[in-house]
Design a protein around this ligand. Structure first.
Ligand SMILES: Nc1nc2c(ncn2[C@@H]2O[C@H](COP(=O)(O)OP(=O)(O)O)[C@@H](O)[C@H]2O)c(=O)[nH]1
Ligand SMILES: [Mg+2]
Length: 233
């Protein structure tokens, strides 16, 4: 019985990987850089995205795919910007899943104008476990770790911290009110994912936002390089 359950789980992940491969082919065909934006609920993903969009909305062509269990709360927040926003809820049709998987992203692709986009940010459902297990085949993963979550988060959720390309350590404006030991957090992060880049951010004060934008700019550069090459060919 136990073996059967494991096999079904493995099959599900295999099927997900196949669809994820098709997603990646679409992203690459259109030259759209895709960033999977993840964190525990309330760490500040949407707030950090809003801050970045204030700077980048007229500089890059950006799409945002908002993943939630239900509601359009985050999509409504993002829709005031000059970006293409799509809301993807897991409640209707996907059993209220606590993560986005490749099939869910695929189901939303027809609504996302990939051809015109240099950058697509996928705000995953707030969760520090499952989003790390289901591949989407994005180009990069960004993890927000808020200082209100505790220094030991990298040790408790090693998969998420190991699988990311950038960590935004958010809500640093609150440090003076907390017993949080930033050095201890950074040592734990280094233990789980040595040398992963990190930025100290505050969506409240704007600290670290320029560095966050610069990181996104660098990701989005590929499409421009390709189109420039095509124009000169
Ligand atoms: N003090 C402080 N609050 C923040 C910061 N970033 C986000 N918040 C607050 O944290 C709450 C959750 O933020 P949100 O962006 O919705 O988190 P998400 O669930 O990860 O998208 C909101 O009340 C935000 O105003 C920050 O840097 N400092
Ligand atoms: Mg959000």
């Amino acid at each position: 019985m136990h073996g059967r359950i494991v096999r079904i789980a493995t099959d599900a992940l295999d099927a997900n990987d196949t669809i994820a491969g098709a997603n990646r082919a679409d992203f690459d065909e259109h030259g759209t850089a895709v960033v999977n934006f993840m964190s525990a609920p309330g760490a500040g993903k949407t707030s950090l995205l809003e801050r970045a969009l204030e700077v980048l909305q007229h500089e890059l062509s950006i799409g945002v795919l908002e993943g939630d269990v239900q509601g359009r709360f985050d999509a409504d927040r993002i829709s005031r910007f000059h970006v293409a926003v799509t809301q993807l809820d897991t409640d209707p049709g996907f059993g209220g899943e606590c993560h986005l998987d490749a099939n869910m992203v695929r189901s939303a692709l027809s609504e996302i104008p990939l051809d015109g986009l240099e950058l697509l940010v996928i705000e995953n459902v707030g969760n520090l476990v499952c989003p790390g297990e289901f591949k989407i085949r994005e180009h990069a993963r960004v993890l927000v770790a808020s200082v209100t979550e505790g220094e030991d988060e990298p040790l408790k959720h090693p998969l998420m911290f190991r699988a990311c390309d950038l960590v935004l350590v958010n809500k640093v404006d609150l440090l003076t009110h907390l017993d949080y030991d930033l050095e201890e957090f950074l040592a734990n992060l280094d233990e789980v994912h040595p040398d992963v880049p990190y930025i100290l951010t505050s969506a409240r004060t704007g600290m670290g936002i320029e560095a966050w934008c610069e990181w996104l700019r660098a990701r989005a550069g590929a499409k421009r390089v390709r189109e420039r090459a095509r124009a000169h060919a």
